[in-house]
Design a protein around this ligand. Structure first.
Ligand code: GLU
Length: 289
């Protein structure tokens, strides 16, 4: 009698344990499959890149994409298991990068995307895959702006969702120089900033040296970069917050991209002839935690 009761109790406990395990496994399955796992299974990936930044992310009239970020995206996609024809590029603008990742419209963002304290609260970053430096571009005939401090009293572009204006007008952690008396002029993107600079609607565009080099060499003779770099812009691979599995896979791919010489080849391909000398050693990783 006692034995029977005990075995019944064990049976119930075992059934409960089984039910709990099954339940746990279920939630794991329906809850976020990592991007790395999804790409491995489907051989497809959606990556947010810029469409309007020459040498970085540019959509050509024939619908193809070129630039350093586009090529880095292709390399990482391949390492994760998606061949070139499995990649969908979506237009990431500075202001939609966090919501694109949070809402799952893209799997990764590779779009001149600096790792900042504020963004780290919303985004997990792989990399950095490159460290750019902020500099300032003016019209070729400009003589008043020779160093960043000369922006005081001048009209500076503020691209929506970008951090660069903050480096000039605010202090740390996400700002830097906190220069007072700068007049900010709104634009939706860096291509609009550059168009406004060319048209005389503002005096300077201050942002990453790679971005400025791309525009300056696209429109030769029109602009000059003052060559006064003043920040480290760690270009991260944006990943949905908490997806460390994908972050680790991305870091593996970035390490390989430097070790096998691809990073140098790509930097040479896109920036040779722009006057900019890119760094070709692997950057210090941020860590996925
Ligand atoms: N790297 C800077 C940033 O992420 C400027 C370029 C951009 O907005 O894409 O804010």
């Amino acid at each position: 009698m006692r034995v029977r009761r005990m075995s019944a109790a064990i049976g119930a406990a075992a059934a409960l344990a089984l039910a709990l395990t099954a339940c746990g496994a279920d939630t794991e399955k329906t809850e976020a499959k990592s991007v790395a796992q999804k790409v491995k299974d489907s051989k497809k990936i959606t990556v947010g890149i810029k469409f309007d930044q020459p040498a970085l992310g540019l959509k050509k009239p024939d619908g193809t994409f070129e630039g350093f970020d586009a090529d880095v995206a292709r390399y990482i996609a391949k390492e994760l298991g998606a061949p070139e024809n499995g990649i969908t590029f979506k237009e990431a603008r500075s202001e939609n990068r966090e919501s694109f990742l949070g809402g799952g419209q893209v799997d990764l963002v590779i779009a001149t995307y600096s790792i900042t304290d504020a963004r780290k609260k919303q985004v997990t970053y792989g990399g950095p895959y490159y460290v750019a430096h902020q500099d300032t571009m003016v019209r070729a005939d400009e003589n008043d702006i020779k160093k960043t401090e000369d922006l005081k009293g001048k009209k500076l572009c503020k691209a929506a969702g970008s951090n660069s204006f903050r480096r000039v007008t605010e202090g740390p952690p996400d700002g830097k120089l906190a220069i007072k008396g700068v007049e900010l002029v709104d634009a939706s993107s860096y291509s609009e900033c550059v168009a406004k600079l060319g048209a005389g609607a503002l005096d300077a565009v201050s942002t990453d040296d790679l971005i400025l080099a791309g525009f300056a060499s696209q429109q030769k003779g029109k602009f000059k970069v003052i060559n006064s770099p003043f920040t480290d812009e760690k270009y991260g691979v944006g990943i949905k917050k908490g997806d460390t599995e994908t972050c680790e896979a991305v870091n593996k791919a970035v390490t390989k991209m430097y070790q096998d010489g691809t990073a140098k080849t790509l930097l040479d391909k896109h920036f040779a002839g722009t006057g900019l000398k890119p760094t070709t050693t692997v950057p210090q990783f941020e860590g996925c935690a």
